[in-house]
Write a protein that binds this ligand. Structure first.
Ligand code: PMV
Length: 337
């Protein structure tokens, strides 16, 4: 029997990372990967993760296992075990006669991975879409979001385009507005460092929950923050949304700074960019920065402010690359399979 006789299906999916403007930080249930804080995120149109998967029946007596490669490097099984277990549960329900299968996935992004640019969100969203498409399952959007969440909670948001909400305690995300809602909005992603972070967001969240004295305050505060943010988003009012974006990321980081040992993802250049934003705000620009579990800084502004902001970034940080992003759409399949 040739290798191809074992093939069940293959597919390639492309997804955008989803940047949280109101942060998910902390898990209500670690095993099921359920978020403890509500979040609101935006798909970043100019950044992509491409994931190709092959699903096949194992050959007899084979000890083949699932394998995931990111930029051609084999990843640890542990990172993907929960996602694959949930995928198999779904297959058992939908097609109990399918029999055993193994998965090979090859993924790459056009931005640094595991560095605080939400590559796990785009990665698991693309993986969920590619696997279910290789299986010829057409999942309702909420079910695809729930499957992606089992790999990484922020990935539940990345299975949608536009503006997406993931509630605390939720198993799937919901799209609030599509990518055409606020055409003037731009997100400038400033790359501070390319290197993968040393501490994963999962490990950081566990530490914070275990020993930051501010953790409970963070959770209750983020529940208050989300409703105000949704109202500001509905009104497309960046002056009202901006302070809530800033409050969310700074309060999230205060749980990290106050945990033991402290978690410090910031680099000197991250702080320098934050200070530049603060200075430009004082001079009247409507620009608002945010950060995730990594050193990169993302700045939200309206299209008309982009030239001036870029001029300042180029003058003061000529060595730092950046992307000017619009709001992106949902993940999609490539036609090349
Ligand atoms: O989904 P994870 O485990 O990669 O965690 C993402 C956490 C943040 O990026 C800091 C916030 C968020 O909501 O995306």
């Amino acid at each position: 029997m040739s290798k191809l006789d074992n093939l069940i299906g293959q597919a390639t999916a492309i997804a955008h990372p989803n940047l949280a403007i109101i942060k998910y930080w902390g898990k209500e249930n670690e095993l099921k990967n359920i978020p403890a804080s509500p979040s609101l995120g935006i798909a970043l149109n100019e950044l992509h993760t491409v994931t190709k998967v092959y699903l096949k029946h194992p050959s007899s007596n084979s000890e083949e296992t699932d394998r995931v490669f990111i930029d051609e490097k084999l990843q640890s099984d542990r990172r993907f075990a929960n996602f694959f277990a949930n995928l198999r549960e779904l297959v058992d329900k939908r097609n109990p006669k399918m029999g055993k299968f193994i998965i090979t996935a090859c993924s790459s992004s056009d931005f640094p991975s595991s560095a605080g640019l939400a590559s796990s969100a785009s990665g698991f969203a693309a993986l969920a879409l590619a696997c279910t498409s290789a299986l010829k399952f057409e999942l309702p959007a909420k079910q695809l979001s729930a499957l992606a969440r089992t790999g990484s909670a922020s990935a539940a948001r990345s299975t949608f385009g536009g503006f997406v909400r993931l509630d605390s305690g939720a198993i799937y995300a919901n799209q609030i507005y599509d990518e055409n809602w606020w055409p003037e909005l731009r997100i400038i992603v400033v790359e501070i460092e390319k290197e993968a972070k040393e501490l994963s967001s999962r490990a950081a969240m566990e530490r914070v929950k275990m020993n930051s004295p501010f953790y409970q305050a963070w959770i209750s505060d983020s529940k208050k923050n989300i409703d105000k943010s949704l109202a500001a988003l509905e009104a497309k009012n960046l002056s009202a949304l901006g302070p809530l974006i800033r409050r969310s990321y700074l309060r999230m980081f205060s749980t990290m700074f106050s945990s033991y040992p402290p978690i410090i993802y910031w680099k000197p250049a991250s702080l320098a960019v934050i200070i530049l934003c603060e200075k430009l705000r004082s001079a009247g620009l409507n620009i608002w920065e945010t950060m995730d579990a990594g050193p990169q800084v993302k700045i939200l502004c309206l299209e008309k402010e982009v030239p001036l902001l870029i001029e300042h970034l180029k003058t003061q940080f000529s060595h730092l690359p950046f992307w000017i992003c619009k709001v992106g759409g949902p993940p999609y399949l490539s036609n090349n399979d």
